[in-house]
Design a protein around this ligand. Structure first.
Ligand SMILES: Cc1ncc(COP(=O)(O)O)c(C=O)c1O
Length: 499
């Protein structure tokens, strides 16, 4: 039997396969009052499994407690502040979940004919229009399932357009402050990635783009705001330089949280931009999905949109498959529809003014956090930020305390750590994004905890090096986990109650 440890409420929880006992059931029904029929007489014996080896036999309470305990080990946006920079872990309003669960949405089959799914098509069409309006672009596809998927979709449209012009370009310019997915996307799309060094203000210098830009460059991929939390203030000028040589401007708009109602990326010369609905538009981040990374484009790229395009003819919504230049489908059916419903509900409930206030508060909260902490943690770029800010462990280094130790100590205080060691341009980065959904009180509590940790680093640094202590699992051997991952349960141990 697994040893029970003195971890208080965080009980030691065996795997479900290690629990239960012979004959336990998850139901309790009256004795049947009809003649019993042997299952073998109904189903061919060769289709019947005699035994499911190791299959746990559990009561309802065993199952409910198992999953409730596991959920209590987890930390999510519903548990507390989640300052994971670049990820926009904001609170997801529950009303959006209720709307997505409405039977008209959740029970409809994707093959339902167009004339019977007008409401669904209207929702997708209007969401496209909202996103086009917010970004200042002409058209949108909702198909991509994530931000990185949107990037690939965008670059595929750029490549198709260049091919139609009879051009075979080879390179994509990516600044060192771009999100990591931009580098992978340009490579996966078969382009050679050329890095642009950011300047002392943490943004792209236009002169550097002029030097690198030539007729071999298909596009520049600019994350705006970038991963240092700064607005790319030269983007308009950079777009002119790129367009003059026939290239496209791709904007990674995953951080749109800072810009809604304030800046339209299309007005700055952006040709194609993806948006992370699972960040800015408050739909949940799943563990790897499902998300949604719609792509907004300027007119020139419209012929290459993935099919089907959700269109409107008169008062009728339709699925347009007749697009001979399309890059084809990038996702089954029409994208992750459940996520689209939540984003649509969020936009309608906020309204244009509400979305603008979201961005203003996201920026205000990040600047408040940054200014309260900058005496205690080194701020490599000391200037106003957008929705997130980046510190380092430079002040703590002399006490042999690292960014990792600071992050682990936060767990002891009941906070999710910020993003660490990213962006790569900053050594020992601690990247914090409070989001607009946190109150001043919550941010103050986080700030005071960070200050306490900075003081511990000076006076009692062992506390940090040994953190976290008040958790189910202490520091993991991350190298071993990466080199020899255990992906499958292998050791059958005796079930509870069977020894
Ligand atoms: C700026 C930026 N770009 C791209 C992505 C990639 O998005 P996804 O994880 O949905 O693929 C992220 C993810 O957080 C991001 O922050």
């Amino acid at each position: 039997m697994a040893k029970i440890q003195d971890t208080g409420l965080i009980q030691d929880e065996p795997l479900i396969f290690e629990q239960g006992g012979k004959g336990r059931r998850g139901y309790s029904l009256p004795r049947w009052d009809v003649e019993e029929v042997k299952v073998e007489t109904l189903i061919s014996p060769h289709l019947l499994r005699k035994e499911l080896e190791g299959f746990p036999q559990l009561s309802e309470i065993d199952v409910v407690r198992h999953f409730t305990r596991l959920s209590q080990w987890n930390y999510g946006v519903d548990s507390g502040l989640y300052p994971l920079g670049s990820c926009t872990m904001k609170y997801n309003p529950k009303v959006n979940e209720d709307i997505a669960k409405m039977s008209g949405f959740s029970n409809i089959h994707p093959y339902t004919p167009e004339d019977l799914s007008q409401g669904i098509l209207q929702l997708m069409y209007e969401l496209q229009r909202f996103l086009a309006e917010i970004t200042g672009m002409d058209d949108v596809t909702l198909q991509p399932a994530a931000g990185a998927h949107g990037e690939l979709t965008g670059l595929m449209m750029v490549r198709q357009c260049l091919q139609a012009r009879g051009e075979k370009r080879k390179k994509v310019l990516v600044p060192d402050t771009a999100h990591g997915t931009n580098c992978s996307t340009s490579t996966i799309a078969s382009y050679q990635m050329v890095e642009i060094k950011s300047n002392e203000r943490g943004v792209i210098p236009p002169e550097r783009v002029t030097e690198l830009m030539d007729e071999e460059v298909a596009a520049i991929m600019v994350t705006n705001p970038n991963t240092l939390g700064f607005f790319e203030e030269n983007l308009g000028k950079i777009a002119e330089i790129v367009h003059r040589k026939g290239g496209f401007v791709y904007c990674d708009g995953a951080n749109l949280n800072a810009l809604m109602g304030i800046v339209k990326l299309g007005d700055l010369g952006v040709d194609v931009v993806h948006i992370n609905l699972h960040k800015t538009f408050s739909t949940p981040h799943g563990g790897g999905g499902p998300g949604a990374g719609p792509v907004a484009i300027k007119k020139e790229l419209a012929p290459y949109l993935p099919t089907p395009v959700i269109g409107k003819q008169g008062e009728t919504y339709c699925l347009d498959y007749d697009r001979p230049h399309s890059i084809g489908k990038v996702k089954a059916f029409y994208g992750n529809f459940g996520v689209l419903i939540k984003a649509y509900a969020y936009i309608l409930s906020m309204g244009a003014e509400g979305l603008k206030r979201v961005s203003e508060r996201a920026v205000l909260n990040a600047n408040y956090l940054m200014n309260r902490l900058k005496a205690h943690f080194y701020l490599p770029y000391d200037r106003p930020c957008m929705h997130e800010c980046v510190f380092t462990d430079r002040f703590q280094e002399k006490h042999h305390v690292s960014t990792l130790d600071i992050a682990k100590r936060l767990i002891d205080y009941g906070f999710h750590p910020p993003t660490i060691y990213f962006p790569l341009v900053v050594k020992g980065a601690l990247m914090m994004e409070p989001t607009e959904t946190e109150s001043k009180g919550n941010i103050d509590r986080f700030v005071e905890t960070m200050i306490e940790i900075a003081e511990e680093a000076e006076g009692n640094s062992d506390l940090l090096r040994q953190a976290p202590q008040r958790v189910k699992v202490r520091r993991l051997d991350e190298v071993l986990a990466a080199r020899k991952p255990k992906l499958k349960w292998t050791t059958p141990s005796p079930r509870w109650g069977e020894e």
